[in-house]
Structure formats: structure tokens, C-alpha cells
Design a protein around this ligand. Structure first.
Ligand code: G6P
Length: 369
């Protein structure tokens, strides 16, 4: 096992550090930036299904559901296709309206999650076209879908999902860009720019990982918190949910993710000097609005830990701690802002002496309801 961990103390840490490589493996052979094309046979062979779809329904559970939420932003924003993101467990029992004009995308690292599998069987039975985004090759969901795209993240052993999440977002981004190009909802120059920026992501993830020592110190400061709040807006709202989930899963600290603007409808009541609030406040993503949310937290004496774009000045003046990530397009920012939140949860859990790779009560793959 020590050999499999490749010198890292835990699989989770190894998998966090594998992300630059894993993301590159995900787009290798698909993203051809110089030629200005995206090659994905699963999409190409069923192009008409995607282009004629009334909507895309994404079904997933856990972290994969969060990747689905990020995808909702990019599909709607860039490809102008309406998207609904569903918990597979709710969808399957809701007597949902499904038609032949629906494209259902199932996202699953393991490809074995019972609820997701049942949701796609239901969708197929109702005539929908079902596409899988799985990591495990030959898994049940991969076999049960009409077509799909693997994430190629390599085996993920840590129960808390890390590289599966960022590679799912990478695949879904490629699909959204490809469809946007086909539909003409993105200009040629924007399309090329997106491809170039996506190609730069692995190096930027590497850069983000360099904050590890600093993040460890932040973790030390907040490891004894009993409640934490995670806030983000737009593309980074799902990242806030995922950040909170990571903390809960492995450190057993209660954490909630919220859209930053929704804070005033409830969570703000919890904020006092004991409450760490992790805010994703990168440039481009409604930055000024997030800054004013941060001011609201500060005036209630909450502790602010902000994930910001390199060189940020405004948030720096307000926050107790900042963690920088490189600049990128807003649509690609979740691939970077996720990294410090993964590391933070990891370090807190290690400091608290928790079983990081196999947290209590959780399973890597949930094959029963
Ligand atoms: C379990 C795992 C999570 C995962 C979820 C969905 O809860 O612990 O890490 O996100 O299942 O799994 P899937 O394999 O379908 O992505």
C-alpha cells in the first residue's frame, strides 16, 4: 500500500496532487487547441440527439452531483441549452417527465452508484438518450448508457472524491464547448480562447498546489471549529457546496455551502466571531458583489478565509486569510478554486487524527439504495 501511495501519506493527498496530470489525461486526444477542434466520438456519433435536445437532465449523487451543477452553468452560459441537475435518488422516485427529446447525462466516478444506475434505466425506458460520464472503464453505468466519455482520471482510492471531480468538470466543459461550436452560440475567437485557456489549466493547478504550506497554517487556525460556512456565486457556488462536503466527509466538522447572496436569508444568523466563513472571491465571477457579501460577514465579526485571484487587493484588505489561485476564465475557475478547499479539508482531518482515506460511515461506491 505504501508503494501505491507513491510516497504520500494518504491516497487523498496523492490524488489531489495528481490533478494536473489527471486533467491533462482527460483532455488528451480530445482538445486540439492548435487545430481549433474538440474530438469526442461519443458526442459526434450522436450529435443530432444533443443538438435537437429540448434540455439536458443531469443525474448524479454526491460530488458528481456538484460537478453536474458546474456543468449546468457552462452548458447554459456557453451552449445555451437548458439544464436540470437532479439527485438521482430523488429523480428516480418522482415520476419525472422524460421525453425522447431529452438528453440525460449520468455522472459517476465509480459507474456503480445504485441510484444513478436506476435513474438512467428509467430515463432509457422513457425514450431519452442517455450519456455517461464515468471514471471506471466498463462499469455498470458506462455499459448501461447509449454513449459516453470517460474521465481517464486513473483509479481514485480515497473515499472523498478529488481528481474525479475536476476531471468530470473537464469532460463536461469539453462537451459544452463542442456543442456551443456546433450550435454557433460561441464565436470562433471565444472558442479558441477557451481551448487555449483549458490547456493551461494543468499548470495553473500545479501553481495552486504550491499554496499547500500556507493552507496547512490556515487549517491549523480553524481545525477546532465546530461549524463552517462556504460561500460562492455563479460557477463557484457548486464549488462552495463541494468544499463544505469535503470538510464534512473527512473531518466530521459541520459545514454548509451556500450561494453567497442567499446568506442573508438564513445562514447570516449563525455568523459570529467563532464562525469561519470560506468565500470564493475570484475576479470576474461577480467580484464586487462577493466583496460586499464579505463586508456583511465582517461586520458580524465572522472569520473570513477567501480564495482569491493572484494579486488581489480588495478582498485582502477585508479577509483574515487569503489563498491565491491563478487567473483564468470564470467558466474554468472551479478547476482552480476547488484545489485549496480540498487541501484545507485534508489538513484539518489529518490534524484531528481522522481516517482520511476511509472516513466513518462512508463508502467509495454506494451500490445499494
Ligand atoms: C459516495 C462517495 C462520493 C461520491 C458519491 C457518488 O458517496 O463517497 O465520493 O461522490 O458516492 O459516487 P459516484 O461513483 O457515482 O460518483
Amino acid at each position: 500500500e505504501q508503494i501505491e501511495k507513491g510516497g504520500y501519506e494518504h491516497f487523498m493527498l496523492k490524488e489531489i496532487y495528481e490533478q494536473p496530470h489527471a486533467i491533462r489525461d482527460t483532455y488528451r486526444g480530445r482538445l486540439l487547441a492548435n487545430e481549433g477542434i474538440i474530438r469526442m466520438s461519443g458526442v459526434e456519433n450522436h450529435k443530432e440527439k444533443f443538438l435537437n435536445a429540448n434540455r439536458i437532465i443531469i443525474v448524479a449523487c454526491g460530488t458528481s452531483w456538484h460537478a453536474g451543477l458546474v456543468a449546468e452553468y457552462i452548458f447554459e452560459d456557453i451552449a445555451r441549452i437548458p439544464v436540470e441537475v437532479e439527485y438521482a435518488s430523488e429523480f428516480r422516485y418522482r415520476n419525472p417527465v422524460i421525453t425522447e427529446k431529452d438528453v440525460v447525462i449520468a455522472i459517476s466516478q465509480s459507474g456503480e452508484t445504485a441510484d444513478t444506475l436506476a435513474a438512467i434505466k428509467l430515463a432509457k425506458a422513457n425514450g431519452a438518450f442517455v450519456f455517461g460520464v464515468c471514471n471506471v472503464v466498463g462499469s455498470s453505468i458506462a455499459r448501461e448508457t447509449h454513449a459516453g466519455a470517460y474521465t481517464h482520471a486513473g483509479p481514485e482510492i480515497g473515499v472523498a472524491s478529488t481528481k474525479a471531480f475536476t476531471t468530470q468538470i473537464t469532460v463536461l466543459t469539453l462537451i459544452a464547448l463542442k456543442l456551443a461550436k456546433e450550435k454557433g452560440t460561441i464565436s470562433n475567437s471565444d472558442f479558441h480562447y477557451h481551448l487555449e485557456q483549458l490547456e493551461l489549466i494543468p499548470d495553473k493547478v500545479k501553481q495552486a498546489l504550491k499554496s499547500d504550506e500556507h493552507i496547512k497554517k490556515v487549517a491549523e487556525t480553524y481545525k477546532d471549529a465546530t461549524n463552517c460556512l462556504y460561500l460562492g456565486r455563479g460557477y463557484n457556488f457548486p464549488v462552495a457546496l463541494e468544499g463544505a462536503l469535503k470538510l464534512k466527509e473527512i473531518s466530521y466538522i459541520h459545514a454548509e455551502g451556500y450561494p453567497a447572496a442567499e446568506m442573508k436569508h438564513g445562514p447570516i444568523a449563525l455568523i459570529d466571531e467563532q464562525m469561519p466563513v470560506f468565500v470564493i472571491a475570484t475576479k470576474k465571477g461577480h467580484y464586487e458583489k462577493v466583496v460586499s457579501n464579505i463586508q456583511e460577514i465582517k461586520s458580524r465579526k465572522g472569520k473570513i478565509i477567501a480564495i482569491v485571484t493572484e494579486g488581489d487587493v480588495d478582498v485582502k484588505k477585508l479577509a483574515d486569510h487569503i489563498i491565491e489561485v491563478p487567473e483564468t476564465l470564470e467558466s474554468l475557475s472551479p478547476l482552480l478554486t476547488t484545489i485549496p478547499l480540498q487541501l484545507l479539508s485534508y489538513h484539518i482531518a489529518v490534524m484531528l487524527g481522522k481516517n482520511v482515506d476511509q472516513p466513518r460511515n462512508l463508502a467509495k461506491s454506494v451500490t445499494v439504495e
